[in-house]
Write a protein that binds this ligand. Structure first.
Ligand SMILES: [Cu+2]
Length: 210
C-alpha cells in the first residue's frame, strides 16, 4: 500500500505490485477486469520505473449534470487542472485531502475561471458543498507513465527503455489490501483479473434523480 493511499476516509483503494516484465521501449497494454470477468473502466494504471516527468499539459475536471466529469482523473505532479462549470447552477467544489486542500465557488457557465495546480503526489477526493452526492478523485502521480482504463477495461501506455519492474492499479471501488495479483503475462500485454468483488459505486444520487 502506498502511504498516501488511505489519506482520506472516503477512499478505499489498493495497489498491487506484480512482477518483472521484459518490456522493450514502446507500448505496454493492460486489460483490467472484475472478479467476475467484466471490464473495469476508470482503473488508474502506472508502471515503474516510469518515464521521467514531462512538462504536464493542463487537464480538466468539469461539472456537468450535477456530476464531476470525469469520475477519476489521473494527473502527473505539477499539473494544472481547470474546474469549469458547464451547469446552469452553482457548485462549491472542495477537497480536504492532504495532497491538496482547496475550495472553489463555481458560478454557472464559468469556464477557465478556476485552476488548481496539483503539486504533491497523492489522492485528492473532491466533493461539492451544495450537492452531497457529487464525488470524484484526482490521483496525482510522480511519473508520466500512467493512464486510465477505458469502457472496455483497456489501456495502452508508452514505456521507457529497459525493464518495467512494477505495475500498480488503483480504482475507488477496490477495497482490501494488496495481495500481489499476478495474471497471465505474454509479451507486452498484461491481463489483470481482480480476485475480490468491487465495493458499491460510492457516488450517491438523490432518489429519482437518475
Ligand atoms: Cu455541486
Amino acid at each position: 500500500m502506498f502511504p498516501w493511499a488511505r489519506m482520506d476516509g472516503r477512499f478505499a483503494g489498493f495497489c498491487l505490485a506484480v512482477m518483472v516484465l521484459p518490456v522493450m521501449a514502446g507500448e505496454f497494454s493492460v486489460t483490467v477486469t472484475t472478479a467476475d470477468g467484466k471490464p473495469l473502466p476508470d482503473a488508474v494504471v502506472w508502471v515503474s520505473p516510469g518515464a521521467a516527468p514531462l512538462s504536464p499539459a493542463p487537464s480538466v475536471m468539469d461539472q456537468l449534470d450535477k456530476r464531476f466529469k470525469p469520475f477519476v482523473l489521473p494527473v502527473q505532479t505539477g499539473t494544472q487542472v481547470d474546474f469549469p462549470n458547464s451547469d446552469s447552477i452553482n457548485h462549491h467544489v472542495y477537497s480536504f485531502s492532504p495532497a491538496k486542500r482547496f475550495e472553489l465557488k463555481l458560478f454557472p457557465g464559468s469556464h477557465n475561471a478556476h485552476t488548481v495546480t496539483f503539486d504533491k503526489p497523492g489522492l485528492v477526493t473532491l466533493g461539492c458543498n451544495i450537492h452531497d452526492w457529487m464525488l470524484a478523485y484526482i490521483l496525482v502521480l510522480p511519473t508520466s507513465s500512467f493512464g486510465k482504463t477505458n469502457a472496455q477495461g483497456e489501456l495502452k501506455l508508452p514505456v521507457p527503455d529497459g525493464m518495467v519492474k512494477e505495475i500498480s492499479v488503483w480504482h475507488p471501488q477496490l477495497a482490501s489490501a494488496p495481495e500481489p495479483l499476478v495474471q497471465k503475462v505474454s509479451g507486452v500485454h498484461m491481463q489483470i483479473r481482480l480476485d475480490k468483488p468491487l465495493k458499491p459505486d460510492p457516488r450517491r444520487r438523490p432518489r429519482g434523480y437518475d
